[in-house]
Write a protein that binds this ligand. Structure first.
Ligand code: ASN
Length: 327
């Protein structure tokens, strides 16, 4: 909360960041950033600096709103995800990554969520000419190496929280979306085929898991326009989510990129998007589209998982919770 002389907050954030738990989270996050860079460098990824603003940004953000503002008389967006820009960058390099800021005005219903922030960072990866299967394999290798190093280097901090971090090795189990629909039904959260998976169901599944797992085979039309239709079964999309075990929920989402401009055009128009915002993207795909696949790993969620913390707001210096006015 903003504090004034008259209305001083008891615990302003600039005081809270002196607390042990927040300093520990930021120290662990520092190691996550440092070791991720080393591992990705070994895997021959190049780091790029992410754009923060632009004419278009990801509209497929689960009920959250994007921030628009006037940019010299034109409408610009603050990045909700750099997905479209990753597809541009992959034309210049084989493998790219960025620690990219994402701003998403989450629904107020997520104010007390243990996993939602309106401003967060995503470790975005994109790989040229790779399939969804390749991305899952590389992510499994990356996570195993990273968690091993973070566990080793942050041993003392983790032991202060009795955190016994399990280092998972691939392949992680893959659960098809259709099976989740059945499970949701039996757990008392009926959902229609094609709906987003309710958070409650995701957390329940996560609680019962002792290793990260993938959710795959989402139905066509259920997710972002930039995910490719499975050529072997056009009723499905080549997209996946990664879920942490022990109740920590979603770690990542990604997939193989759609290159069929006509389909993208149709989906954008159908969802009421302003096509002008996407003119550069459609033009790029039309003239020099590139097959690629990738995913984004939430950095604060990863930090929370490593430490086993109850809420995500402890895993960033200046958390922005939906509807809460804070510094
Ligand atoms: N990071 C995701 C991807 O790479 C997109 C997103 O964040 N919405 O597919």
């Amino acid at each position: 909360m903003i504090s004034t002389q008259k209305n001083k907050m008891k615990n302003p954030r600039y005081m809270e960041i002196l607390q042990k738990n927040i300093r520990d989270a930021l120290s662990v996050q520092h190691v996550i950033l440092l070791e991720s860079r080393k591992i990705l460098d070994d895997l021959r990824f190049i780091e790029v600096l992410a754009p923060v603003i632009g004419p278009s940004s990801d509209p497929g953000i689960r009920g959250a709103k994007r921030v628009s503002f006037d940019y010299y008389g034109k409408q610009y967006k603050i990045m909700s995800s750099m997905i479209l820009y990753k597809q541009a960058l992959i034309r210049a390099f084989d493998n790219v990554y960025a620690f990219a800021p994402n701003v998403r005005l989450e629904p107020l219903a997520n104010t007390n969520s243990d996993r939602h922030l309106c401003e967060f960072y995503q470790l975005d990866l994109e790989m040229k000419d790779k399939t969804i299967e390749d991305v899952m394999k590389i992510t499994e290798i990356f996570l195993e190496k990273l968690l091993y190093k973070v566990d080793l280097l942050c041993k003392d901090i983790l032991s202060d929280y009795n955190r016994n971090l399990i280092i998972p090795s691939g392949p992680f189990p893959k659960i098809p979306y259709s099976k989740i629909v059945d499970i949701a039904d039996s757990e008392g959260f009926p959902m229609l085929y094609g709906d987003e998976i309710p958070w409650e169901v995701e957390v329940e599944l996560s609680k019962h898991a002792c290793k990260p797992f993938w959710i795959v085979d989402y139905p066509a039309g259920s997710r972002g326009f930039y995910y490719k239709v499975n050529p072997d079964d056009p009723s499905l999309l080549l997209t996946m989510d990664l879920i942490y075990p022990h109740g920590f929920g979603e770690a990542s989402s990604g997939g193989e990129r759609e290159t069929d401009v006509r389909r993208i055009h149709y989906l954008l128009r159908e969802s009421g998007e302003n096509l002008e915002e996407y003119a550069w993207y459609l033009e790029m795909l039309k003239t020099d589209g590139q097959n690629s696949a990738g995913l984004g790993i939430g950095v604060e969620r990863l930090t929370r998982y490593v430490l086993g913390f109850d809420t995500i707001d402890k895993c960033t210096a200046f958390p922005k919770k939906p509807g809460v006015y804070s510094i």
